[in-house]
Design a binder for this molecule. Structure first.
Ligand SMILES: C[S@@+](CC[C@H](N)C(=O)[O-])C[C@H]1O[C@@H](n2cnc3c(N)ncnc32)[C@H](O)[C@@H]1O
Length: 251
């Protein structure tokens, strides 16, 4: 398995920690993504690469009928344990286990960069109704926050190559060109240890050996314990949700 595939499949080994420590998604980003549908009604929504359900639970709370698709068994079991009122199915973006023309919006949370777009885009187009939306979003540290940018630098591992975004989206005849927007979000963490636990759920740290991960965690903790912003009490870590949306055009 090459590094890209190993990283894409790395999350399950830490599924519980992932569910415990990763942030969720801002409602404003979801509503912006759905604007082209021009309705406030309950929609048929697919959360593709749903992981442990961080985005799924916000979609359910928004009142939509949600199907969650996720290839990793451990992530999917965690989702089923934590999120109710959802249809949860094993499957990949390149082969979605859902019939043609049945979905109003496909959401992808912090995972579109793992997809093989040449296969995934036609699959997503197949399940969407005409006028439906594909929306991919990433919640990432706010680059305007100095201590967080330094933390990001300190926590790079030997497999870190480049940051995910902005991900280039292939032009595809079934979709309008993408529109992008960003939304502020935050992630409450009670201690330096809780911030380190969040950082440790990124694939760049999941695929390295324990020795390297422990050395990075020590560095991260020393940094966080030494900073005024992070050493005491709860911190609202500033995040940005970057979103793109594309509309499924009629055949
Ligand atoms: C960073 S996690 C994001 C999970 C969840 N959407 C969230 O926001 O917390 C990336 C997820 O993408 C899944 N994944 C990786 N490659 C995939 C593919 N080709 N098709 C569907 N899911 C994939 C992984 O199993 C993992 O659960």
């Amino acid at each position: 398995m090459d590094l890209h595939a190993r990283r894409a499949d790395s999350f399950g080994a830490q599924a519980e920690a992932y569910a415990e420590h990763r942030p969720d998604y801002p409602v404003a980003a979801i509503r912006w993504a759905l604007e082209p549908l021009g309705t406030d009604e309950r929609l048929d929504v697919l959360d593709l690469a749903a992981g442990t359900g961080k985005l799924t639970s916000v979609l359910v709370a928004e009142g939509h009928r949600v199907t969650a698709v996720e290839p990793n068994e451990q992530m999917l079991s965690e989702l089923v344990r934590r999120v109710h009122d959802v249809r949860a199915l094993p499957g990949h973006a390149e082969h979605i286990p859902v019939p043609d023309n049945t979905i109003d919006a496909v959401f992808v949370g912090t995972a579109f960069h793992w997809f093989d777009q040449e296969k995934a885009l036609p699959e997503i187009a197949r399940v969407l109704r005409p006028g439906g939306v594909l929306a991919a979003m990433w919640v990432e540290p706010d680059p305007a926050c100095g201590w967080l940018t330094e933390l990001d630098r300190l926590s790079r591992s030997s497999v870190e190559t480049q940051r995910h975004e902005p991900v280039e989206v292939m032009a595809h005849p079934s979709f309008t060109p993408e529109e992008r927007a960003s939304f502020p979000h935050s992630h409450r963490r009670d201690s330096p240890e809780a911030i380190a636990a969040w950082i440790n759920t990124y694939s760049r740290l999941l695929v390295v050996d324990e020795e390297e991960r422990a050395a990075i965690t020590d560095k991260v903790l020393a940094y966080l314990r030494g900073r005024e912003e992070t050493s005491n009490g709860p911190v609202d870590v500033p995040l940005l949700a970057d979103v793109f949306r594309m509309v499924r055009v009629s055949a």
